[in-house]
Design a protein around this ligand. Structure first.
Ligand SMILES: [Zn+2]
Length: 290
């Protein structure tokens, strides 16, 4: 009899909890979004996140389909909702020249070598970065593309080269590119860059408008720490922007600031076929070292 009363008590409590919130045992859990590569299966995502496929299905109604009794993500689904105590770890660790990358995100998730405003360069081998790096590249490329679309000008997509390996670490021949915060982007030539190739540029064959709009699109993400570019090209771009912003003083001041000794643009003797862009440490990545 006592057992029965106790059991009724439990049932009542459970029913009260269910009225207030679904799944009371999720009280300790938090809601997260996992950015899925469209090649990742339901089984793979379930394993990666440490949650059951049944739970994934419950949390992502409408995103999962069943064909012949087999469950899979609906075509094109990239955002996966899940509940957990902690988020799937993604982190930039250490310095770009000696660090690692935890849970690297793939720039070219769908494997078609292109996205909005960019193509993958044939001169690359690894395209994994922090979520912030990947988002900044997507945003910069969209902004870059919009500039030409809005003005009805010929568009040449950005050539994206190496970022980092899936777990970071050494990526020869680069010294850095080890912690998911560095990306190489081809300098744009007046002749265009067929197949996204990185080609040697000099002040005469560089397309100053397209190269500048590319740099500006990255600078405007506000997440860039450094842009390494050959000194001759940096000087040519500085002269170019002094002309195009001659009547727009605030813009001139803002962008000339990028070329100042403490600015983001770092002239060197090496980067003549591509610029090397380094993003700041993502907020919250406490082991990341600038
Ligand atoms: Zn580089």
């Amino acid at each position: 009899m006592l057992t029965m009363i106790a059991a009724i008590g439990v049932l009542t409590a459970a029913a009260g909890g269910a009225d207030a919130r679904p799944a009371p045992k999720q009280g300790q859990l938090r809601r997260f979004t996992y950015q899925r590569c469209t090649s990742e299966t339901l089984e793979a995502v379930s394993r990666l996140l440490g949650v059951s496929q049944t739970d994934l299905e419950k949390w992502n109604r409408g995103s999962i389909v069943s064909t012949g009794g087999r469950k899979s993500f609906r075509k094109g689904v990239s955002r996966v909702i899940y509940y957990s105590r902690t988020a799937f770890p993604r982190e930039s660790v250490g310095r770009p020249s000696s660090g690692t990358l935890v849970g690297g995100m793939n720039l070219d998730c769908d494997g078609d070598d292109r996205g909005q405003g960019w193509v993958v360069s044939v001169d690359r081998s690894n395209l994994y970065g922090t979520p912030e790096t990947i988002r900044n590249i997507y945003n910069a490329a969209k902004r870059y593309r919009a500039y030409f679309r809005d003005r009805g000008l010929k568009f040449v997509p950005l050539s994206i080269g190496d970022i980092s390996r899936p777990s970071g670490g050494p990526l020869p021949p680069h010294v850095s590119h080890q912690s998911g915060r560095d990306v190489d982007v081809g300098i744009i030539l007046k002749s265009g860059n067929a197949s996204g190739r990185f080609l040697h540029a000099n002040p005469s064959n560089m397309d100053p408008l397209r190269t500048w709009v590319m740099l500006k699109s990255f600078i405007d993400t506000s997440d860039v720490r450094y842009i390494f570019i050959h000194r001759g090209l940096a000087d040519a771009l500085k002269t170019y922007i002094s002309k195009i912003y001659a009547r727009q003083r605030p813009l001139l001041r803002k962008y000339l600031g990028a070329f100042a000794p403490d600015g983001v643009i770092r002239p060197d003797a090496e980067h003549s076929s591509h610029v090397h862009i380094r993003f700041r440490c993502p907020k919250g990545d406490r082991r990341c070292v600038e």
